[in-house]
Design a protein around this ligand. Structure first.
Ligand SMILES: Cc1ncc(COP(=O)(O)OP(=O)(O)O)c(N)n1
Ligand SMILES: Cc1nc(C(=O)O)sc1CCOP(=O)(O)O
Ligand SMILES: [Mg+2]
Length: 208
């Protein structure tokens, strides 16, 4: 299994965003430390997801960076991405592992220690843990768990914990101190005036 980068960029395909430009800027700075998770709107077609993922995978290959696919594991397989990420509304972790195979990177969303341990036992190779802080990027999330919630999950598992939800360079140190191996962001890069600079700030906060 490839070693996991510590800065995860989750693509923002909402109207008015330019995910490929943001990926390009982040890759130029973070290189192999970047994991790009291709996440499209639920309304996007599989063809749209496939086309975007192929382009992102091509960008990542230049830098030896990892490309994962959110939810749509058939797209991950179709483009030979490194793996995928699943949550409560997606395939169960064990089924996702069967689909992707033993060597793939498989992330699972977990918000508390018991489900985190279950996800790891079912085959997750990392956990996405959050929302750590308030975010406007995704609707319907539970209350933020904060660094204390991250600490509880990190203490319960032996796989990398990736903190997500409202993460900024300013909030990274407390999350790392709580046991996060890395962070996943949408807005901190997608909405940045200068995504390359924002990438450097996030890497610096991670101690990379
Ligand atoms: C790193 C990471 N953590 C959590 C999530 C959320 O996944 P999920 O709960 O399946 O929600 P959607 O992203 O599918 O809306 C994630 N994508 N990445
Ligand atoms: C897609 C997603 N999942 C979350 C979870 O907690 O499961 S938070 C989130 C959105 C993260 O975006 P931003 O970095 O802009 O806050
Ligand atoms: Mg999902």
């Amino acid at each position: 299994m490839p070693s996991l980068g510590r800065l995860h960029l989750v693509t923002d395909t909402r109207p008015g965003r330019d995910p490929l430009a943001v990926v390009s800027a982040a890759l130029a700075v973070a290189r192999a430390e970047l994991v790009v998770q291709v996440r499209v709107e639920d309304s996007a077609t599989d063809r749209e997801a496939y086309d975007l993922t192929r382009r992102v995978l091509g960008q990542c290959a230049v830098y030896g960076a990892t490309c994962l696919v959110n939810d749509r594991l058939h797209v991950a397989l179709a483009v030979a991405a490194a793996g995928g990420h699943v949550g409560a509304d997606d395939l169960p972790v064990a089924a996702a592992r069967r689909v992707l195979g033993p060597a793939a990177v498989l992330g699972a969303t977990a918000r508390e220690p018991v489900t985190a341990a279950e996800a790891v036992a079912a085959g997750a190779s990392y956990l996405g843990v959050g929302p750590c802080h308030v975010t406007t990027t995704k609707d319907g999330l539970p209350e933020p768990i904060g660094p204390a919630g991250v600490r509880a999950v990190a203490a319960a598992v032996d796989v990398p914990v990736i903190a997500i939800g409202g993460v900024t360079a300013a909030t990274v140190p407390a999350l790392v101190a709580a046991g996060a191996y890395g962070v996943a962001v949408v807005g901190a890069l997608s909405a940045a005036a200068d995504p390359a600079r924002a990438t450097a700030e996030l890497l610096g906060a991670l101690g990379c």
